[in-house]
Design a protein around this ligand. Sequence first.
Ligand code: AMP
Length: 302
Amino acid sequence: MSILVVGSVALDSVKTPFGNAPNALGGSGTYFSVSASFFTKVRLVAVVGSDFPPEHIKLLEKRKIDISGLKKVAGKTFRWKGEYGFDLNNAKTLDTQLNVFAQFKPEIPPNYADSEYVFLANIDPELQLDVLKQVKRPRLVACDTMNFWISSKKAALKKTLKHVDILVINEAEVRQLADETNLVKAARCIRSWGPKSLVVKRGEYGVLLFGGGQVFGAPAYPLEKIFDPTGAGDTFAGGFMGYLAKCGSLADADVRRAIIMGSVMASFDVEDFSLNRLVRLKQGEISRRFKEFKTLTHFDVI
Ligand code: AMP
């Protein structure tokens, strides 16, 4: 089953305590697509400028991502500049240049309209809603956002959320969005606006799912070397949605496994800058780490 994703395709300049990567491939749509492409077919809707390097297009094609919805227009590609200190959980945004995204109106190619799974990656919430208006009735709509949009377009975001089944969002942004410090209360508040489930990304502390009748927690995979956390959230979402689309079920147990698969994919992403680790990743490595998560989280009640 195919997943339609709309998000940013970017050139990121990232600095971490372990090095820096100027003008590297990034973007919420990019990380999501590459991650989900390990599980199912992905259709990407985004825009890049005339400065977008052809080798990045080749990378997406190599992952068999359908890029007929990726527009190339005159102008500069979206650029994000961020820095991480020793606390790798929090990115400090130094600069955001929307560039070609400022005028972007997503057009869903006719062959994308029947997508059963839709992921609205982190972009302007008005564009996210535009996309939903152009698709037939999807089976599952998930969405991400960030502080940039919560502070500048909260009303538009709340409008989009009415049509969203699962909101996948960072812990600090849950609090900011709900204007509530307690995570359980904040999750309840946001779920009353539309999303049936909330997946809270907590960086190196893992993920919490508030959904249906369950609350489920997963740790992050304990890694000795983390180089660049950029894209971990989108890579998580790609593994999560990719797994759900592949198994075709939304039963509680499958959603739990999808949370673990998202965590597996995110753990690979942070092992290198940009998408470098994901590009080298092999299916065998994914299944091995998925099994390791079982050992990591299993305990017996005696
Ligand atoms: P994350 O998974 O949260 O680490 O997402 C990182 C990616 O989000 C980077 O590759 C950026 O290019 C992208 N990004 C940063 N700010 C924005 C924004 N305001 N809108 C869309 N994408 C963004």
